[in-house]
Design a binder for this molecule. Structure first.
Ligand code: ADP
Length: 526
């Protein structure tokens, strides 16, 4: 029953996503040429971004889309709920499900035309250690190793209490998802990790669409109200305690909704060029992979209630982003064997190093551009490549020479780079750059493929300071009563560098916690 519903929702989301991606691509050049602010956030900020040309009929088109996927119609809005959740991404929907399971009546307000946020765009998977799927597949992983590798990746700057909670609850989160009909049993590896702990859907496809469609189906099945085009402008309070929100709805009307507690799950601020410029002037002009709704609203709203922030200048620039469409090429492509070459067709970095290091190496190249090179084997293992192909991001050739001709890379150098790489695979040693993972298979199965990439703003590691109960903290480190936050809107867990696959884990682990803890708070009010 659950599966059927999920499949239906997934099909709808997929259809909608593909349509919007295609429309977004068509508009990419226009936006770029105009040098508009939407330039970087636009095109494939993809699936969520309605192209400028379609904006005029926004309301009509939107209500149609909303009804089709079954979001809650406005006439069902109540003036009061046990719990208000701001943001319908992975963290918000997860929190809603846990709160509902705890007997609450939660509501989700999502400002965009459909839920999913940046979660919808996540590709690599969800990191977790000591999981049943790892055990079944003979992968000897430990929470300790997961902790150590994440801390190393974050340059020892992660909030260690948060990190302990995170790794220790990761396997449980995988089980919980499985119990919700969301099964992530296909394992891969991302940069900075030594074990296969990145959990993906069974067919190896991108995690975001699968996760979001599953969560939407579960939210609907549980009868949780989810309003789209519901833009929360303010969190209300009484005597320092969060007690509701002010929301502007699709019809332009602002309403005040009362609640026993509020969960902020509004995602990051990677699409807010002003904030990026304020905290990281050096990143001005970079493209962003973020959906346009990731503007840091929750941070501003929590600050208004006395909430504090942490690591606001820690912004992750992802190394492999298609620049034309601001579209992220997931780390799984490298994890499944792809290499990176410069325009001379030479490798220049350990492709499986952490994101900050790989980005730094690409930033040093001419025009900050490089090519991911792979072949049919990688393509069959990293299903997300099919999506990149549909979007026209992948170049191909039946032979290495043909790929060189297609891309303009020097054929001899490409041939020799691939030969050397395949020898490194056989010898299980990468003398040139010391890569040790993503080396299970060589690159010898024609046809050959390339994706041109460069760095793009991807993730804001900083945000609202919370504790392991997901309570929002004030300057004195005290919890603000009734105010909770989870997901990308929070800061501290990742420190200065987030490991690929840790954001999906974060939204599920802390989204669950927020639902549980906020529910406890509300019960104690009664
Ligand atoms: P996370 O991964 O932490 O769940 P996402 O980016 O996936 O973050 O989801 C956050 C969601 O919150 C997005 O869908 C975004 O559009 C939504 N959002 C952001 N600001 C607001 C707001 N002011 N009111 C309602 N929804 C918001």
């Amino acid at each position: 029953m659950k599966k059927t519903k999920q499949n239906a929702a997934m099909l709808l989301l997929l259809a909608l996503s593909i349509l919007l991606v295609l429309a977004g691509c068509a508009n990419a050049q226009t936006n770029r040429a105009a040098g508009s602010e939407t330039d970087s956030a636009a095109p494939t900020a993809a699936v969520d971004n309605k192209p400028a040309a379609a904006k005029s009929d926004q309301t009509e088109a939107t209500s149609g889309a909303s009804e089709a996927v079954g979001y809650t119609p406005l006439d069902q809005l109540k003036t009061s709920y046990d719990l208000v959740i701001i943001g319908g991404g992975g963290a918000g929907m997860t929190a809603a499900l846990e709160a509902k399971a705890a007997g609450m009546n939660p509501v989700i307000f999502e400002k965009m035309e459909k839920p999913g946020g940046n979660t919808l765009k996540s590709s690599s998977g969800m990191n977790a250690s000591e999981t049943k799927f790892q055990k079944e597949q003979g992968i000897a992983d430990t929470n300790k190793l997961f902790f150590e590798e994440t801390l190393k990746g974050g340059h020892d700057t992660n909030d260690q209490e948060m990190l302990h909670y995170f790794v220790d609850h990761s396997a449980d989160a995988i089980d919980w998802l499985d119990s919700q009909g969301i099964t992530l049993d296909n394992l891969t590896i991302t940069g900075g990790m030594k074990e296969k702990r990145t959990h993906r859907p069974t067919d190896g496809s991108a995690v975001g669409q699968y996760l979001v469609s599953g969560l939407v189906a579960d939210v609907q099945e549980q009868g949780i109200q989810l309003f789209v085009q519901a833009h929360v402008k303010e969190i209300t309070q009484k005597d320092g305690q969060a007690n509701g929100v002010k929301v502007v709805f699709e019809d332009g009307e602002e309403k005040t909704i009362a609640a026993g507690a509020v969960i902020v799950a509004t995602g990051g601020f990677g699409a807010n060029q002003e904030l990026i410029k304020q905290y990281r002037p050096d990143l001005e002009g970079y493209v962003t992979t973020n959906q346009p709704g990731s503007t840091g609203d929750g941070i501003v709203m929590a600050e208004a209630l006395g909430g504090t922030t942490v690591d606001m200048d820690q912004i992750q620039v992802h190394p492999t982003v298609n620049q034309e469409h601001s579209y992220l090429i997931g780390e799984a492509v490298r994890g499944e064997g792809a290499i990176l070459v410069d325009k001379g067709a030479l490798r220049f970095v350990n492709e499986m190093d952490t994101r900050d290091h790989v980005t730094a190496a690409i930033t040093k190249l001419d025009n900050r551009e490089a090519y991911l090179i792979f072949e049919s084997g990688v393509k069959s293992r990293a299903k997300a490549i099919e999506q990149y192909e549909k979007m026209g991001l992948v170049q191909s050739g039946e032979t290495i020479e043909a790929l060189a001709a297609e891309t303009g890379l020097p054929a001899e150098a490409l041939q020799s780079t691939l030969e050397t790489w395949n020898n490194s695979i056989t010898a299980k040693q990468d003398k040139a750059f010391g890569r040790t993972t993503g080396m299970d298979h060589d690159l010898s199965g024609a046809p050959y493929y390339a994706v041109k990439i460069g760095p793009g703003i991807h993730y804001t590691m900083g945000g609202i300071r919370i504790n392991t109960n997901t309570e929002v903290l004030n300057k004195a480190g005290e919890a603000i009563p009734g105010l909770y936050a989870a997901g990308e809107v929070t800061g501290g867990l990742h420190g200065q560098n987030r490991i690929g696959g840790n954001s999906v884990a974060e939204i599920v682990i802390f989204g669950r916690e927020a639902g549980v803890k906020a529910a406890e708070f509300v019960k104690n009010l009664k």
